[in-house]
Write a protein that binds this ligand. Sequence first.
Ligand code: AMP
Ligand code: MG
Length: 330
Amino acid sequence: MQTKYLHFNDADLQLAGKLIRDGQLVAFPTETVYGLGADAYNENAVKSTYLAKGRPSDNPLIVHIWNKSQIADVASYVSADARKVIDSLMPASLTVVLPKRKEISDCITAGLNTVAIRMPRSQQARDFLRYADRPVTAPSANISGRPSPTCWQRVAEDMDGKIAAVLCGDDCEVGIESTVLDLSGDSPVILRPGAVTPQQIQAVLGKPVNVITDPKSKVNSPGVRYKHYAPCVPMALDISGNAAKLCSYYDELVARGYRPVLLAADTQRFGGRNCCDIGSTDEQVAHALFENLRKLERQYDYIIASYTSDTPFAQSILNRLVRSAGGNVI
Ligand code: AMP
Ligand code: MG
């Protein structure tokens, strides 16, 4: 298949919308990461998403909308808490899990009786979804397990020849995936941390929000079980920020024949060793994180990341880093 590279003008958006309605896959930008879009009402199109990504079929997809009125087409019930979150926080880098309508296919929800819904903040994402003229399922537009793409060139790297089109829009502002908030039960639970913090959700709901932190605990969100966000070279994560420790870990790797790189802040501390600045604010770190991993895996054969922030947003970044490193926290 010859993948088309489309742009944000009326003719290309018309074509992107038509491709979706014809059952094809179209990758598009959002503020979190690029998504791989399919018509949520077309089971074959949705199934082809799993094939293109190599995604396990028991990992459900998020349904994307551009208008809050579409929630009623997808969810069967919106609780008072869900209504508050929808009214106060959406559009945002936030996905809400609600009871599903029976029309929503099992291959979207992996057989669950709930459905994940997101209205992106990105204007480009919402323009595309408006032209698609129906709810669009979209996981991240990468091969399953790889770092998510935050610019269209990375989508091309993983998806060229496998999908009908890529909408070439802006680089993703946030850079990590949405917060997934389960509002289908008696109390709200964060299944996946993201840019929208528990504190922001608690402020809207006026009550505590549980956060599932252990992927092995009772898992309501199947996706958190899988290997994720991993570069194709080994990676270690340090959370102490101790420069002497990082340098000695690096030197040991060199002695064992590796060509490592330090992905950390204040890189002048590392005495000329190979390094890459991770960014100095949480926002900078998140924005560049997956792009840094994809860049460094080409140049080096071991990534040592160091990250020490303990803000609410940092917990989401740490979640991605721990998983990128396959749990190898040093
Ligand atoms: P991705 O599309 O790769 O960003 O992953 C989507 C995330 O949303 C995964 O962690 C899924 O497990 C989660 N998800 C999607 N649908 C549901 C659902 N109905 N209930 C719980 N989690 C869901
Ligand atoms: Mg993903």
